[in-house]
Design a protein around this ligand. Structure first.
Ligand SMILES: NC(=O)c1ccc[n+]([C@@H]2O[C@H](COP(=O)([O-])OP(=O)(O)OC[C@H]3O[C@@H](n4cnc5c(N)ncnc54)[C@H](OP(=O)(O)O)[C@@H]3O)[C@@H](O)[C@H]2O)c1
Length: 251
């Protein structure tokens, strides 16, 4: 039997880091949060923590690179709820200091692996959940991108003699994701489904490290804001934050 209608959000990779914090902030707004995790124990621990804070959280086993895993989660959400209001494509492969990425010498296998997880899998997850999002009255899709995926910012760094070029596998995967955001937003605009990219800024997660300038609470703001925008809100845009203000990010 279908549960009574309540706003539902699925956040991929929500067992830790920004995904968990996005789930927490959405949950505190009264939204039911589905904690996507590829490891059942880690997912249940995260959902348990949120439940202890009074949040309506449920774990869904979801490895975004595994078609069968995506299909079973779609089937589960279809049978249990029949709709999905918010999809936050947060899970990603983050670069390690040892990842070689200089464009002239880039390891092509590594490039393919990053594109596989951070682009192809995001497209596949989105396509698979779209029928459920279409059952929402206000579907929202948020793609977690990065400053490093901004061609404009990278090019400003080049001309201003700024930092060395970003590691290309991660950078290219996020730039490709941004293009998906814009293209899908255009396609879905008439249906009222809003698709945007969020840039958390360098954030204190396992990947961002303890010296990153932003806390997870701050890093989650753009994604949470975009997940909750009303029908007059933006689509096909890229947002980050300055202090607590969500602002446009250059592509
Ligand atoms: N932290 C930053 O400074 C920063 C800056 C810009 C953008 N971002 C973006 O923000 C998002 C979250 O970053 P984060 O710092 O929170 O990352 P993180 O701490 O490394 O966490 C990554 C999350 O993604 C999950 N994940 C990875 N591959 C997966 C897969 N195939 N299927 C399902 N889940 C998978 C991980 O699960 P496991 O626990 O199982 O590994 C983990 O829950 C990413 O999209 C990242 O690119 C982060």
């Amino acid at each position: 039997m279908m549960e009574t209608r309540k706003k539902i959000a699925l956040i991929t990779g929500a067992n830790r880091g920004l995904g968990l914090e996005i789930a927490r902030q959405l949950g505190k707004k009264g939204i039911k949060v589905l904690i996507g995790a590829r490891n059942a124990i880690a997912g249940q621990a995260a959902a348990g923590d949120l439940k202890a804070e009074g949040i309506d959280a449920l774990t869904v086993l979801l490895d975004i690179t595994d078609k069968n895993s995506i299909n079973s989660t779609v089937q589960f959400v279809t049978e249990k709820f029949g709709y999905l209001d918010i999809l936050v494509n947060n899970a990603a492969r983050l670069p390690k200091a040892t990842d070689e990425g200089a464009p002239s010498m880039v390891n092509q296998e590594l490039l393919l692996e990053f594109l596989e997880t951070n682009f192809l899998a995001q497209v596949r997850v989105t396509q698979s959940f779209l029928p459920l999002i279409r059952q929402s009255t206000a579907g929202r899709i948020v793609n977690m991108s990065s400053t490093i995926g901004s061609v404009t910012i990278s090019s400003e760094h080049l001309h201003q003699n700024g930092p060395k070029p970003p590691r290309i596998p991660y950078a290219a995967s996020k730039a490709a994701l941004n293009m998906f955001t814009v293209s899908l937003a255009k396609e879905l605009r008439q249906e009222g489904i809003k698709v945007n990219s969020a840039d958390p800024g360098l954030t204190q997660t396992d990947s961002g490290g303890p010296n990153a300038p932003y806390t997870v609470e701050q890093g989650a703001w753009p994604a949470v804001w975009l997940a909750c925008i009303d029908n007059d809100g933006p689509t096909g845009c890229f947002f980050t934050h300055v202090d607590e203000h969500v602002v446009n990010n250059p592509w």
